[in-house]
Design a protein around this ligand. Structure first.
Ligand SMILES: [Zn+2]
Length: 97
């Protein structure tokens, strides 16, 4: 959340800061879109392929990033990875509860 925290968060991002598994997203918020991608099948495929570099990531994932963000894909890839990690951790904790 480092850099994003310095910007004003939308209400859905505030929800997500408390509970990353929240289903709330705000249309037009890039950070919410990154979180949505991290919840979706494209990231699932990328994570399964276990590629850190965007260039090596599965096409479904690169295509999704391009479709959602259009540019600055490397930056958004980092954001999606971070959300993906947090989502995974949250699910692990939930699974143990
Ligand atoms: Zn947001």
């Amino acid at each position: 959340m480092e850099a994003a925290m310095t910007k004003a968060l939308c209400p859905a991002c505030v929800d997500a800061a408390g509970n990353v598994l929240t289903g709330s997203y705000r249309a037009g918020c890039r950070e919410c879109e990154a979180r949505a991608v991290a919840h979706g099948p494209a990231w699932f495929a990328a994570e399964k392929a276990n590629r850190v570099s965007l260039a090596d990531a599965p096409e479904i994932y690169r295509h999704a990033l391009h479709k959602v963000f259009g540019k600055d894909l490397e930056h958004w890839h980092q954001r999606v990875m971070l959300w993906g990690k947090r989502i995974k951790e949250a699910r692990t904790i939930e699974g143990k509860a």
